[in-house]
Design a protein. Structure first.
Length: 364
């Protein structure tokens, strides 16, 4: 599961990527600094994992991770191949969610591809290019579906009706995610279309240091613009975050954050938001050898969660022994949880909850 960082050239995408992944993607003050996408595996900050480590004192700790992709900047005409358009759109199609970076700060020393700072215009530039590419995809699919519908295929007729709704939205400069599916069949169909603008999106407003704790007028403009999009908006001083990551000690970083009026790095908040954006959640295994956070989809059953550890666990699943995270912290050890009658035995139908501490019984 990958979240792709997108935006116009030179809005701070690569600097943000470096903050998140410490992969040191090239960052410079000119357009198209990034050509090939950079991929970073990013640890998901989770205080619950730290607490379990304190209680269990394991030999090693393994956090959950999420893949973040730094994609080349987009320009007008990308849907027709302008700039690095074809490459950009191919890379973004491979991602499961979008982190859309918008420049929300003034600085005459940092060039803007359109000459001045205007996050609303910048957002619309990218939206239009993505919508145009999706329109091209929808029209090609419609052509095939209509032929099948003419000879009486009910499936093709349903597909045509859905594609027409999506096409109408795109022609109104609305993203495909604004089209609400009316059934489980339509949900599956929309997924099969592989449209770019159905991907969930998080808007990241890149502000200056003075707005790191409060945001600014640009951020409010973005919030107002996307209020009907069912999308999250956050702000973060990307350049300042980069400075924080360069500090050598935890104490220095905390002092810097306190001076800014922040409790934790904005990058940590963003990583957790990206994790949720990808519809992911965490369960834990806790033993003296290892305390580990495992990544699963929200709504996964116990056998599916077991399969993340090993496919044999899912195939031969018998039962799951489950402790709620809060119960584990309250009682302090697995033994005391059992004594208190708080350990549950769950079967194949159990839907795993975020934060569950689990052991699996299986037979292959």
């Amino acid at each position: 599961m990958k979240a792709g960082i997108v935006g116009l050239p030179n809005v701070g995408k690569s600097t943000l990527f470096n903050c998140l992944s410490n992969a040191k993607a090239q960052s410079a003050n000119f357009p198209f600094c990034t050509i090939e996408p950079n991929v970073g595996v990013v640890n998901v900050p989770d205080p619950r994992l730290e607490k379990l480590e304190q209680l269990v004192n394991p030999e090693r700790v393994q956090p959950a991770t999420v893949d973040i992709v730094d994609i080349a900047g987009l320009v007008k005409g990308a849907s027709k191949g302008e700039g690095l358009g074809n490459q950009f759109l191919g890379n973004i199609r491979e991602c499961n969610a979008i982190i859309h970076v918008l420049r929300c700060f003034d600085n005459d020393n940092i060039v803007h591809v359109d000459g001045n700072v205007n996050p609303i215009r910048d957002k619309e530039t990218i939206d239009i290019e993505l919508q145009l590419k999706d329109l091209e995809t929808v029209e090609k699919r419609l052509e095939k579906s209509k032929k099948a519908a003419k000879v009486g295929s009910k499936e093709a007729q349903a597909e045509v009706a859905l594609l027409d709704r999506i096409k109408d939205a795109l022609l109104q400069a609305k993203s495909a995610r604004t089209v609400v599916p009316q059934s489980a069949d339509e949900i599956a169909l929309i997924e099969s279309f592989q449209l770019i603008t159905t991907k969930p999106v998080l808007y990241v407003c890149n502000v200056d240091e003075g707005a790191a704790a409060t945001g600014n007028a640009y951020v409010e403009q973005v919030r107002e613009l996307v209020k009907d999009e069912n999308a999250e908006v956050m702000f973060l001083a990307v350049g300042t975050e980069a400075d924080i990551t360069e500090l050598e000690t935890y104490e220095e970083r905390q002092m810097f954050l306190e001076d800014l009026g922040l409790k934790e790095p904005g990058a940590s908040v963003l990583i957790r938001s990206a994790y949720k954006l990808l519809n992911l959640q965490t369960y834990f295994t806790a033993g003296v050898k290892e305390v580990r956070a495992w990544t699963i989809n929200i709504g996964d059953t116990a056998p599916q969660a077991a399969g993340v550890i090993h496919t044999d666990f899912e195939k031969g699943f018998i039962r799951a022994e489950v402790i709620a995270y809060d119960d584990y912290v309250t009682y302090g050890t697995e033994a005391k949880v059992k004594e208190a009658g708080k350990l549950r035995v769950e079967g194949k139908e159990y839907i795993v909850k975020d934060g569950d501490v689990m052991h699996f019984r299986f037979n292959v």
